[in-house]
Design a protein around this ligand. Sequence first.
Ligand code: MN
Length: 307
Amino acid sequence: TMTASFPDTPGNTGPTAVERITARAAELGEGLMIHRALPTRQLRMVGAWCFLDHIGPVTFSAGQGMHVGAHPHTCLQTLTWMIEGEILHRDSLGSEHVIRPGQVNLMTAGHGIVHTEDSLPGTRRIHAAQLWIALPPRFADCAPAFDHYAELPLWTEQGCTLTLLAGQHAGYTAPTRLYSPLVGLDITSPQASTLTLPLHPAFEYGILPLEGSVGIDAERFGPDELAYLGLHRNGISLELSPGSRILLLGGEPMNETIVMWWNFVDFSRQAIVQSQQAWESNAPRFGPVAGGEGRRIASPPLPWASR
Ligand code: MN
């Protein structure tokens, strides 16, 4: 591994070598295989980003699609970034919204929400990223909400097109509703390019190539290889391959230890047990999804002894 090329700032340990984390295959909905880059055994979170699914690109045969039945969430936000295809979101607040390429859906689960996700009948190809953001403890129990962002800050520089999915970068601010300091950036490079970006030394960062590859500190990362940059960097130079697309995620490290199990985030196993039991007993905390056709995903059994 290479050492990073940015100088140490007095008072901290300086940037560490880039860590390579290979996403694992996982199943989403009915038989759709995806790549999951977070959480992994090596790395649980990047800032408050605690879950990163790369969906596709996948081409469906006629009559096939992405269909995820009703399932609950707590104490997190789901951020869906659509690259190709169209997905219909429905939730227990009564939201019903189609997300299209270039748009973000942000669902704030807080105390509890239930949703379904279905590709539209005419959608034969899906490419998307779905991320979870852990809510800090004081907001973890907030009222659920759904936000659709049809337009996000988008600009070109150094031969690349950048879309700001969340947070702030280069004088731009995304409208995305956030509860902790973080950033999410989609970067495409039609030609080979060198892109130099300023970074926040108090943020930790990860870069995930979705297509093509990126060179960082003389190492190359291909599709679904997460490059974890750690803290204490003032900037980064990226060597992007022609036709590449990468996600850059960053945020202040979360001090609290979260518990993640199935679709729940929380701060104790006991709270997860309560959410699981509420879901299995049809408690009002997790209401029905209108139009969801009653497709309700049963929770797996809890991995801990319940009393
Ligand atoms: Mn979900």
